[in-house]
Design a protein around this ligand. Structure first.
Ligand code: KIV
Length: 288
């Protein structure tokens, strides 16, 4: 069998993630929702790209992730997949796409893989998702679990708060993580949990933990790209370190262009197209 476009030799698949955990090598994951940002993220050497349902907050301005549809993730995923050569591409399963039945969940996850090109899917929940994770893994679908703050439960939780602060809650999170590992998940996102809890889970599991607001001990760190580069509005959570102010750079560029248009400085002759002297002469003759 001949492959038209062979993968890069260093393409990140599941075994590379497991090998990194064994070697104690840290990996990085960022979100992306379109071709240019995915391409920049991939070329920068990020190991995993998550087409997250944070697309609802960051791109669509919904305010939370509840309204995000499978079609919105699919459309973003197709663009991200086209742009990505090395990183593992993971797709979030939006709220409502894995809540009705096992069969519908498998169908939706397969759509993400077959039409979107996802190499793994992510879903939120602890012990309540164990059966579902097993089913997906049985169908050859690599699964990333997600516990701690699960943003799709925002109405139930009443906000975005740190989870697992009491001994009882922390023990429950640790048990959930073990159950999800047993069910076959190959990695677990730990969102907004105390660093000590994340450290225990990371040490006790053979699979990788992917931390966001969960301290430095996690095997992999993930952030929403737009937070990292300063393209969001409102107050950032304390775990975000902003490495650039792209919003400011964009505002400056747009204002400079706008001012140049208004003053007549843009476009100049080299930024537009002219006629040859012959053609111009002919037009002028025709006018006489
Ligand atoms: O949707 C998302 O971006 C996520 C990350 C915050 C882990 O789930």
């Amino acid at each position: 069998m001949a492959y038209l476009q062979p993968d890069k030799p260093e393409k990140v698949y599941l075994p590379a993630i497991l090998a990194a955990k064994e070697k104690g090598e840290k990996l990085v994951c960022l979100t992306a929702y379109d071709y240019p940002t995915a391409r920049i993220v991939d070329e920068a050497g990020v190991d995993m790209i998550l087409v997250g349902d944070s697309i609802g907050n960051v791109i669509h301005g919904y305010g939370n992730t509840i309204p995000v549809s499978l079609e919105e993730i699919l459309s973003a995923l197709i663009a991200v997949k086209r742009a990505t050569e090395r990183a593992m591409v993971i797709a979030d399963m939006p709220y409502g796409t894995y809540h009705v039945s096992d069969a519908e969940t498998v169908r939706n996850a397969l759509k993400l893989m077959k039409y979107g090109g996802a190499e793994a899917v992510k879903l939120e929940g602890g012990r309540n998702r164990v059966k579902l994770v097993k089913r997906l893994v049985d169908e050859e679908i690599p699964v990333v679990a997600h516990i701690g703050l699960t943003p799709q439960s925002v109405y139930k939780l009443g906000g975005y708060r740190v989870q697992g602060r009491t001994a009882e809650q922390a023990k429950r999170l640790i048990e959930d993580a073990k159950l999800l590992e047993e069910a076959g998940a190959f990695a677990i996102v730990l969102e907004l949990v105390p660093r000590e809890v994340a450290e225990i889970i990371t040490k006790e599991l053979e699979i990788s933990t992917i931390g966001i607001g969960a301290g430095a001990e996690c095997d992999i760190q993930v952030l929403v790209l737009h937070d990292l580069i300063g393209m969001t509005f409102g107050r950032l959570p304390r775990f975000v370190r902003q490495y650039a102010d792209i919003r400011d750079v964009m505002t400056g560029a747009i204002q400079n262009w706008s001012n140049d248009v208004k003053s007549g400085a843009y476009p100049n002759d080299s930024e537009s197209y002219g006629l040859t002297a012959d053609v111009l002469a002919e037009i002028n003759k025709a006018d006489e």
